[in-house]
Write a protein that binds this ligand. Structure first.
Ligand SMILES: [Zn+2]
Length: 73
């Protein structure tokens, strides 16, 4: 979980995040509407993701620190 301090109205699977260890990004927070979206595979450089809530599409980039960024397509 990234925290971030937004409000959240969605169920979070606590078991999932406890087990993950913070390495793989198996979900993302939509930069547009802040909804948390699960993804099947860990996010990687160049992936394209779509928010299930607002429908915005983003291109994924991962920087050298392993931080995931999204650029609206
Ligand atoms: Zn969204």
């Amino acid at each position: 979980m990234s925290g971030g301090g937004g409000s959240f109205d969605f169920d979070d699977d606590e078991k999932e995040s406890a087990r993950g260890g913070g390495k793989a990004h198996k979900d993302f927070d939509c930069p547009s509407c802040n909804a948390n979206n699960p993804v099947d595979d860990a996010l990687a450089q160049g992936d394209e993701v779509r928010c299930n809530y607002c429908g915005s599409e983003f291109k994924v980039s991962v920087n050298s620190e392993g931080r995931v960024k999204f650029k609206e397509i």
